[in-house]
Write a protein that binds this ligand. Structure first.
Ligand SMILES: Cc1ncc(COP(=O)(O)O)c(C=O)c1O
Length: 398
């Protein structure tokens, strides 16, 4: 079959591939500890489930406006007002089928072939390919581990050319969990300000999962003069354990939001009506459920860091949020066991899967081959068992 050229230019999602491998092993009866998961391990809170059931019973089961129901747009504006201190109206909001879809629509709406998009690396696996699908060129910029894998302003400056159209930020980050503070954002803003055509995308999907009472801040909050050209992408997947419900949103300049809505209108149309009504409840009702989940993730994070730092030669910046760690295991590259050499993150992930029945995502998928990504959206028992297995597997490498 002759396929379109754009398919050859992109990779399958590495995280989805790992999860499929782990599932296949599990189906064969193997007890796999899956550190590859990209979603909270809790059920959607009960009151949100109830809202969905009610919406079905009340006949809210038909097409909705392409860009989402007004009630959800209002709930999004209310959330952004409360959590960001920023005012938006319905025409600044698009409701899409997940944050991923909101990003996709935005890229399709504002990027032209040849435009460059600056992406700090390590990055979330989907950014470069979504940029390519819009015909644009991803420019990934390696960020030093010593800086917590955050982008130094000088490196941003070096990466910007006449073709740069967009800069993508993801804080707290997938895969590192690190979060940019107000001063760090202000320093990056100084670089961005003179480039008036450059759009900024803040992927804030993990913003509620912040530890140690850290201040929530993003670029639009840190630098008022960048507000008009900053887009916020967010959703209910991670904060409310609603990954399967597929609701995300885009907030920003009305022209771009209108254009992204037009794209959505010729592809998926509206996201599920039932999920939209459930999301109204998620955003408007009891937020205590989110705080409880964050407390659990913070405890697990402390445990995971302790275990990682006990592994000889492994380094890892402390995450500020999300539910991932991104340790540097490169000290083990070149070592072997039973004639098998571990050369890179892919080899290490394969080795851990086969030897220890532990699934991790190789760092090369995130642009940093020295690392692997581990999710701690797992019970404490599984985390303990998983780290016991990792410890003994890497201990066998000489
Ligand atoms: C950084 C980042 N952005 C966006 C998403 C998309 O989430 P969803 O499409 O479920 O809203 C994810 C999911 O893994 C993510 O890690």
């Amino acid at each position: 079959m002759r396929l379109a050229q754009r398919v050859a230019a992109i990779q399958p999602s590495a995280t989805l591939t790992i999860n499929a491998k782990a599932r296949a092993l599990k189906q064969c009866g193997v007890q796999v500890i899956n550190f590859g998961v990209g979603e909270p391990d809790f059920d959607t809170p009960y009151h949100i489930q109830e809202a969905a059931v009610e919406s079905i019973k009340n006949g809210r089961t038909r097409y909705t406006p392409v860009g989402g129901i007004d009630e959800l747009k209002d709930a999004v504006c209310g959330t952004i007002q409360a959590d960001y201190g920023l005012s938006f109206q319905q025409d600044n909001v698009l409701i899409s089928c997940g944050g991923k879809h909101a990003l996709y629509n935005l890229f399709q709406a504002v990027l032209d072939p040849g435009d460059e998009v600056v992406i700090p690396s390590p990055y979330w696996v989907s950014y470069p390919d979504m940029v390519r699908l819009a015909g644009a060129v991803p420019i990934t910029v390696p960020c030093p581990e010593a800086n917590g894998y955050k982008l130094p302003p000088g490196k941003l400056e070096e990466a910007i050319t006449k073709k740069t159209r967009m800069f993508i930020m993801n804080s707290p980050s997938n895969p590192t969990g690190v979060h940019y503070g107000r001063d760090e954002l202000a320093a990056l803003a100084e670089v961005l300000l003179p480039h008036e055509d450059l759009l900024i995308v803040c992927d804030d999907i993990y913003y509620r999962i912040l530890f140690r009472n850290q201040e929530w801040v993003n670029m639009a909050m840190a630098e008022e003069r960048l507000r008009d050209r900053t887009f916020i992408v967010n959703g209910v997947s991670k904060s409310y354990c609603m990954t399967g419900w597929r609701i995300g949103y885009l907030v920003g300049h009305a022209d771009a939001v209108r254009a992204a809505t037009k794209i959505q209108g010729q592809s998926t149309s509206n996201p599920s009506s039932i999920s939209q009504w459930a999301s109204v409840t998620a955003l408007r009702e009891d937020q205590g459920v989110v705080d409880e989940m964050v407390k659990v993730f913070e405890k697990r994070c402390d445990y995971v860091l302790e275990r990682i730092r006990a592994l000889p030669g492994v380094s890892c910046p402390a995450p500020d949020g999300a539910f991932y760690v991104f340790p540097n295991f490169s000290t083990y590259y070149g070592k072997k066991t039973g004639g098998r050499v571990v050369r890179n993150s892919l080899d290490l992930a394969d080795y851990l899967m086969e030897k220890a029945h532990v699934a991790v995502v190789p760092g090369n998928a995130f642009g940093e081959d020295r690392c692997i990504r581990l999710s701690y959206a797992l019970s404490m028992e599984d985390l303990k068992e998983g780290f016991d297995r990792v410890e003994s597997a890497v201990g066998a490498l000489v």
